[in-house]
Design a protein around this ligand. Structure first.
Ligand code: FAD
Ligand code: NAI
Length: 472
């Protein structure tokens, strides 16, 4: 019997497997995805059809857009600028292949055994693996389920050649002239931006009246304004009632406050959330509960009601983010090895990799108000940042929220250049229980866009240098 069986090789599973092996546990990782030659394809959604390919296209499309629209001001002009989409896609595939084969290398290095097949937990210590007509039972002292999630398909927009999910939207072979996106969430904004920058006329249809309901309201307002300026036509409070493909078009009907609307697109991306892969993965006789949204029920340490069975990543509650799954994987590996690891769920950062980026960690103002927490806030606009101005990238601001009683930082929110990296500094500060004053007393290199975080922290206590402070 092996020590640990991990089901799934996404960022939750492969990280759990490597950490288990580092801790001296004999570990097997089972992955169902395979290449045409029958080899397992490691890396899950994140590496193959998620974080990595989407960021590759975001970076490429940003370079194209900036060269076309923003460089003249720097004294750089380019004639005969051309988009070579197959080449852009080839670069994306190259990065994916490099990283997925990198995981194979890491498995070898750490002596994680990798098996190709579809796994199902059939008892507290047994996993059945199916590969074609072959079935085998593998035994393990512990089992970690990291089976991830998949895009949600809605009845009003069934997928076909023109109506696609996020995976299809990473593979268009030409730039759609008119692109529709259902859902103004993270995928809608990121992939909508990619194709808008490459020349699509993009309309985003969102059911909720509130734009980016999970973000700080002040940030969400500015983001909506900026993305509308960038050409994304975001329609809030619109309910899709029907989407039908013809040979070359998708005809869409939706309901807005002004009544029934119709539009037609060359392609339609449906990005309305993801569903956990929890069906048919655990034998019902084990009694492990699955909640109404399909998440496997676990405690704070990702343990199910069966002591030897754990579940991590998108298949359990919490944000569907790669870094959240990876940290859970590490926590579970360490607990299996007898350590007292835990996870700080309050400090999972969120990032939307548009340009500018949107990022946050901790509580936003509406949450603090709802929870009745007395707070103070400080913010700093990138328009006053020397580095952001030098880079011609001065949209947005950083906001720091701190406890009024003891100055402890409760949340950091950013919209602007390198917001993802700036938020990471906020995460570190919060992890160490920093006050706004501590962050304000930290030395930041000049000139950096991170200085906006420094100034926002100082502004919490009316000590910002490069903007006016509130009068006491
Ligand atoms: P997955 O990555 O989904 O991996 C699960 C693996 O389990 C898969 O390989 C699957 O084949 C395998 N599996 C499933 N069932 C079985 C079975 N029965 N037997 C064997 N194997 C099985 N998150 C971020 O943090 N940052 C981003 O920038 C980001 N960008 C994204 C962009 C897009 C377009 C998408 C779609 C997602 C993005 N995400 C991002 C989300 C991120 O990809 C997921 O949160 C993350 O991949 C979840 O990791 P996981 O290991 O739980 O599951
Ligand atoms: P999402 O939950 O971010 O957004 C879905 C949006 O669709 C919501 O605004 C919702 O109100 C709307 N919606 C739902 N049903 C609708 C309908 N019928 N008509 C119109 N709008 C509707 O989900 P998304 O964008 O699909 O992403 C899935 C997950 O992938 C996210 O939870 C996110 O965690 C992860 N992800 C993370 C990224 C990152 O970290 N940068 C990038 C991409 C995805």
């Amino acid at each position: 019997m092996t020590d640990v069986i991990v089901i799934g090789s996404g960022p939750a599973g492969y990280v759990a497997a490597i950490r288990c092996a580092q801790l001296g546990l004999e570990t097997i990782c089972i992955e169902k995805e395979s290449s045409s030659d029958g080899k397992e394809v490691l890396g899950g959604t994140c590496l193959n059809v998620g974080c990595i390919p989407s960021k590759a296209l975001l970076d490429s499309s940003h370079k194209f857009y900036a060269t076309k629209n923003n460089y003249q001001e720097h004294g750089i002009s380019v004639t005969n600028l051309k988009l070579d989409l197959p080449k852009m896609m080839e670069r994306k595939e190259g990065i994916v292949n490099k990283l997925t084969s990198g995981i194979q290398g890491l498995f070898k290095l750490n002596k994680v055994k990798s098996i190709q097949g579809t796994a199902k937990v059939v008892s507290a210590n047994q996993v059945e693996v199916t590969n074609g007509d072959n079935k085998e039972i593998i035994e393990g002292k512990n089992i970690i389920i990291a089976s991830g999630s998949r895009p949600i398909e809605i009845p009003s927009a069934k997928w076909d050649q023109n109506i696609v999910d996020s995976t299809g939207a990473l593979e268009f072979d030409s730039v759609p002239k008119k692109l529709g996106v259902i859902g103004a969430g993270v995928i809608g904004l990121e992939l909508g931006s990619v194709w808008a920058r490459l020349g699509s006329e993009v309309t985003v249809i969102e059911a909720m009246e509130d734009f980016l309901f999970m973000a700080d309201k002040q940030i969400a307002r500015d983001v909506l304004k900026e993305f509308s300026n960038q050409g994304l036509n975001i329609k809030l409070g619109c309910n899709l009632t029907d989407a039908k493909s013809t040979a070359k078009k998708v005809n869409v009907t939706y309901q807005s406050s002004e009544g029934e609307q119709k539009d037609s697109f060359d392609k339609l991306i449906v990005a309305v959330g993801r569903r956990p892969n929890s069906e048919d993965i655990i034998g019902s006789e084990l009694g492990i509960e699955i909640d109404e949204k399909g998440f496997i029920k676990v405690d704070d340490f990702c343990q199910t009601s069966v002591e030897t069975i754990w579940a991590v990543g998108d298949v359990v509650r919490g944000p569907m983010l790669a870094h959240k799954g990876s940290e859970e994987g590490i926590m579970v590996a360490e607990r299996i090895a007898g350590k007292k690891a835990q996870m700080e769920y309050e400090l999972v950062p969120s990032v939307i990799y548009t340009h500018p980026e949107v990022a946050w960690v901790g509580k936003n103002e509406q949450e603090l108000k709802e929870e009745g927490i007395d707070y103070k806030s400080g913010s700093f606009p990138f328009a006053a940042s020397g580095r952001a101005l030098a880079a011609d990238d001065a949209v947005g601001f950083v906001k720091v929220l701190a406890d009024k009683a003891n100055d402890t930082i409760l949340g950091v929110h950013a919209f602007g250049p390198a917001a993802a990296e700036i938020i990471q500094q906020g995460v570190i500060a919060m992890e160490f229980g920093s006050s706004a004053e501590d962050l304000g007393m930290t030395i930041f290199s000049h000139p950096t866009v991170s200085e906006a975080l420094h100034e926002a922290a100082m502004s919490v206590n009316n000590q910002a240098i490069h903007i006016g402070n509130k009068r006491k």
